[in-house]
Design a binder for this molecule. Sequence first.
Ligand SMILES: [Zn+2]
Ligand SMILES: [Zn+2]
Length: 483
Amino acid sequence: MSAPESDDARPVAGTLPWQERNPISVAHRTTYTTRAAWTCEVESAWSRFAKFQLLNRLSWTQLGEALAILPAINTGEGIDLRAADAFRLTDLADTLHIGLHDIEHSFCTANRGDSLLDAASPSLRFCLTCASTGFHATLFQFTAFRRCPIHGCELCEACTSCGQPLAYRLGAGLVRHPYACPSCGRSLLAAASLRHLLANAGTETTGLDRLRAWHDYFFRYLQLLGPGRRRIRDEAGQYLPGDEIQACSDIPRRLAFIGELERHLRSPPELPSVDPVPGASARSGGGSRPAVRQPSRCAWAADWPHVDHTCVTLCAIYRKIRKNRVRRLARSIRPVQPEDGSVRHSPEFGLLLCDGNTSARSIALLGWRLTWERRFSIQTLTRCQGNYPPFGLLEWLAFMPAHLPPSVAPQEWLHRHFVHALGQTWNAWCAISSGMQENGCYVLSPLLFPARLLWLDFPDMHVPEVADPRTRVALHRETANDT
Ligand SMILES: [Zn+2]
Ligand SMILES: [Zn+2]
């Protein structure tokens, strides 16, 4: 097949304002019409592809080639746009004239086998106002979010004209009716106001920043959650149909609280970075054991080396430090308790809500206690495995295997790490609560700063013993092979 020249691209609804305003950028190889400046980094693949098709009006075969669909993919029923693995991403980024990073963020998950797929809807969820300007965010597809962070309005899940859901797929419907309902053809775009979002100063830029912040928070939190592989069989080992897989997945439920946070907070809570224990690598058996481990490899169910009398010792340390902290705080302010009248409960999402008049340090103390005390019971071990990770002290112990104590003086090592972890989580909660005070209210949950964060490493976190990025990549590889 020969790709069409840009001259051949049929004009689309010829008088749209952005067509005159922006000069057409022409690719060097194949000459598709693209408008890289007319997209933004948190925009969904569906939105990018639909606009590409609006500009180029290709046939299904041509579109498949332009968008670099992998040859092995069965396109009979179209392609699920939640997952990126049906495309050659470098070629796709090339066609659309955007960076690889941007294209990766256009998809909900890298792979159809990720259980994260279950957190995203198979049909389009859209904000009417955003869609009318030619914008749809990847984040809208996640069922945790019920509102558009830019406009605050409820997301639509069906065509406002015919009531049918719009399949979130690349298929014949999108080829025939780009940026429109495939059933009735009703366009989501308001032709008169079609313009590129980023060019608009003022409220929309602020709104877009807010959306981007939630996008970043959501995806960063996912690293922390490490959702793992999709469960595609039932208890008896039989394969489940697609919709049932999603229905029995607990991933949407575990992420639902983030959408609820967004209802109460203008900007997402901080996910503060933590500093490792000073001299940790030297004391933990030298440099041979990598200090970095992928979140998904921090298996919390398999290897819990210190769930024994050590728990009791560490719990005593915690109680002592808590007592001191409460006493110190109580000299100046009254620490807030979960039972207080000023605290509202949102049990469905496991959140505590407080108004912004409460002192931030008092909230920090409550949050810090949530991090360490929630679900510290043996039932966490026996009844909740597979659905819930452990919390608090057990969680801290469960995520330790990548950093096992040395054989010499292990108790001293554990003690030192634990006291450090208590200090780090206290600092983190102080940062989280003062950020929320600026938001005007507090939303608290142990999920906001889980104890496992002390053992996990994120690319932008501070890891002093491995400062050189090349060394860090090597370590990641070493960790990946270490199975
Ligand atoms: Zn919107
Ligand atoms: Zn319709």
